[in-house]
Design a binder for this molecule. Structure first.
Ligand code: TLP
Length: 346
């Protein structure tokens, strides 16, 4: 069977042989009773890595974000967020449906907001207005092209939030990538947020699993809502074992993904009609525009498919490529060869 080079997302990775062995050998128990030793070990491990009191294992990054929003807010509250963020755009309208909140969207620079913008968006204490309760930020920022939230910006936002009595949630689905790219430890980032969600099933290569971390009282609320949302799992050690394995073996290697995405970006820049700024590619996501090729992203996607390369069209003329565990350096050469064949060099 022909092997496709799958650059659609870092969610497409398959468990490695070592990970499958860890899964097979996992000790399990009923996690709804709190009796799964592997889940408990993963939760303790992630709480420690993130420097939070405790953490809870959940099935997906979407559920992690939605549980955080639910546990921080009351219906009618307002949540300040960037306009291209994941919770606002790609979680099925969960904020409104599950928590009854409304989002106040601000446009950032590749997903990154400035504290001064947020300050202007905070509602005055007047009964005409919704109550501003929460600020959500995303590091790395998916639609920002895997952009890294500078820690100074996070500190300013957190200090502003505290001065106004607001809470901060960090969508850290790819916080591991930010940390590897900058050398700033995950706990150094997460100290500037009240709650953090992290994913094991993106660049780290686990098949399933995310966690929410925060204070004991906050996670206690999350725990109750996790049950309500149907996220209480039984012998979940089977998947938690993959998460532990991923944290032990697949974090440092993220730098290879970053090198591969940089090489992709530099190669794409040489091609006809591709608009890309390689310096903006900071982690494992590459976003570029093909307007000048005269083709739509859907056509480029179709042509690349015929060359054995899967890519994602994220707008009429925008394409997203994501590097990960199952993409080798040779795959990058082959993908660039295919792009070259379709678009031609400048
Ligand atoms: N992102 C997916 C798609 O949903 C777009 C992807 O392919 O990148 N936060 C961020 C920043 C994410 O990028 C994602 C997934 C999530 C949360 C949700 O995680 P899951 O897919 O586990 O619900």
């Amino acid at each position: 069977m022909k092997r496709f080079i799958d650059l659609r997302s870092d969610t497409v990775t398959k468990p490695t042989p070592g990970m499958r062995k860890a899964i097979a050998e996992a000790e399990v128990g009923d996690d709804v009773f709190g009796e799964d030793p592997t889940v408990n070990a993963l939760q303790e491990k992630v709480a420690k890595i993130l420097g939070k009191e405790t953490a809870i294992f959940v099935p997906s990054g979407t559920m992690a974000n939605q549980l955080a929003i639910k546990s921080h807010t009351q219906p009618g509250d307002e949540v300040i967020i960037e306009a291209t963020s994941h919770p606002y755009n790609f979680e099925g309208g969960g904020g409104a449906a599950l928590s009854g909140i409304q989002f106040y969207c601000l446009k950032g620079v590749r997903g990154v907001l400035d504290a001064s913008q947020i300050e202007e968006a905070i509602r005055p204490d007047d009964h005409h207005f919704p109550v501003t309760k929460l600020i959500c930020i995303e590091n790395t920022h998916n639609r920002g092209g895997g952009s890294i939230y500078p820690i100074e910006k996070m500190i300013e936002i957190y200090r502003l939030a505290k001065s106004k009595g607001l809470l901060v949630h960090l969508d850290g689905a790819r916080l591991w990538n930010a940390s590897i790219a900058t050398g700033i430890k995950p706990h150094e980032y997460s100290q500037w947020a009240d709650s953090v969600s992290v994913c094991l099933s993106k660049g780290l290569g686990a098949p399933i699993g995310s966690l929410v971390a925060g204070s004991k009282s906050f996670i206690d609320r999350v725990h109750r809502f996790r049950k309500m949302f149907g996220g209480g799992m039984r012998q979940a050690g089977i998947i938690a074992a993959a998460g532990i394995y991923a944290l032990d073996h697949h974090v440092e290697r993220l730098k290879e993904d970053h090198q591969n995405s940089k090489r992709l970006a530099l190669g794409l820049k040489e091609l006809n009609g591709v608009s890309i700024i390689p310096e903006h590619v900071e982690t494992n996501i590459v976003i570029f525009d093909v307007t000048e090729t005269g083709m739509t992203s859907a056509i480029v996607k179709e042509m690349m498919l015929r060359e054995g390369v899967l890519i994602q069209a994220i707008g009429k003329t925008q394409i997203r490529l994501v590097t990960h565990l199952d993409v080798t350096s040779e795959d990058i050469d082959d993908a660039l060869k295919a792009f070259r064949k379709i678009l031609g060099r400048i």
